[in-house]
Write a protein that binds this ligand. Structure first.
Ligand SMILES: [Zn+2]
Length: 99
């Protein structure tokens, strides 16, 4: 191979890598768009039955209770917060959900 040919090969490769990067960026954006779409679709919907969740704020702990199946959902870190409640606090917390 002549040096000029090798150079040409190099530039073709570079061009490919450049285009590949652009495509990869597009894929990333697509994934973000899909994530956003799914969030809009599922936000505050019960993961089990699909009905609306109702937010209950108890001393800064935001509990989401399903309006249909009465399932209770906690956000990240909230279970640890609930676990740290004293016995009386815990009893009060659970009395919210008693029927
Ligand atoms: Zn439900």
């Amino acid at each position: 191979m002549k040096p000029s040919e090798k150079e040409e090969e190099y530039f073709v490769r570079m061009e490919f890598e450049k285009k590949k990067k652009i495509e990869e960026e597009k894929h990333k954006k697509l994934a973000e768009k899909e994530k956003k779409r799914l969030k809009q679709l599922h936000y505050m919907q019960c993961p089990k039955c699909g009905m609306e969740l109702i937010e209950i704020d108890y001393k800064g702990i935001k509990i989401d209770e399903c309006s249909e199946c009465e399932g209770i959902w906690l956000d990240a870190g909230e279970l640890a917060t609930v676990a740290k409640l004293e016995k009386t606090g815990l009893d009060k917390f659970f009395s919210i959900f008693k029927k």
